[in-house]
Design a protein around this ligand. Structure first.
Ligand SMILES: [Fe+2]
Ligand SMILES: [Fe+2]
Length: 164
C-alpha cells in the first residue's frame, strides 16, 4: 500500500511538469484506461452498457480535440507518418465504437469487441506517450503547449456538453 501511494505521488509529480496540453491528454488516457478496467470487472449488462457509454463519450471527445487542435497544429513539428498513422487509428477506433454502440451487452462478440477496442487504444496511447512518440516530438517543437492546453480544455468542455 505504501509503495503504491509513493508510486502515485511520483506519477503526479512528473505529470505536473508536463506542458498543459500533454498533461491533459495523458489524464484523458488514464481515465479511459480506468473505465476499461471497470468494464472488465462489471457483472451485469446494465453496468456494462453504462460503462461503455462513458468510454465511447470519453474517446469521441478525446479523439476530436486531438484531431482538431493537437494533431493539426503539430503538423510540421511531429513526423507526418506518425500523425497519419494516429489518424488512421482514431478512425479504426471510431468504427469499432459504432459497431459496439449498435449492439447490446450479452450479444455474441460484445465483450470481445470491447476488449479489442481497449487493446487498440492501449497500442495507440503508447504511440503517443512513448519516448520519441508524438507527445515527445511535440514537446521538442515550437508550439506553446500550455496555451494549447487551455484551448483543448475549453473545447473538451464544449464537446462534453454537446455530446453527453
Ligand atoms: Fe490519439
Ligand atoms: Fe490520445
Amino acid at each position: 500500500m505504501a509503495a503504491k501511494t509513493k508510486k502515485k505521488a511520483r506519477a503526479k509529480k512528473s505529470a505536473s511538469r508536463e506542458p498543459l496540453a500533454v498533461a491533459l491528454l495523458k489524464k484523458d488516457h488514464r481515465e479511459v484506461e480506468g473505465l476499461f478496467k471497470k468494464f472488465e470487472k462489471a457483472g451485469s449488462g446494465s453496468e456494462k452498457l453504462n460503462l461503455f457509454k462513458q468510454i465511447a463519450l470519453a474517446l469521441k471527445v478525446h479523439t476530436k480535440i486531438e484531431e482538431e487542435i493537437f494533431y493539426s497544429e503539430e503538423r510540421g513539428e511531429v513526423e507526418d507518418d506518425m500523425l497519419d498513422e494516429a489518424q488512421v487509428e482514431h478512425d479504426g477506433a471510431k468504427h469499432l465504437i459504432a459497431e459496439i454502440e449498435a449492439m447490446k451487452p450479452g450479444q455474441d462478440l460484445y465483450d470481445a469487441k470491447v476488449k479489442v477496442l481497449s487493446e487498440y487504444i492501449k497500442h495507440h496511447v503508447k504511440e503517443e506517450e512513448q519516448p520519441g512518440g508524438i507527445f515527445a516530438q511535440a514537446k521538442k517543437g515550437d508550439e506553446d503547449l500550455n496555451e494549447m492546453g487551455e484551448r483543448l480544455k475549453a473545447r473538451k468542455q464544449q464537446l462534453m456538453a454537446q455530446m453527453a
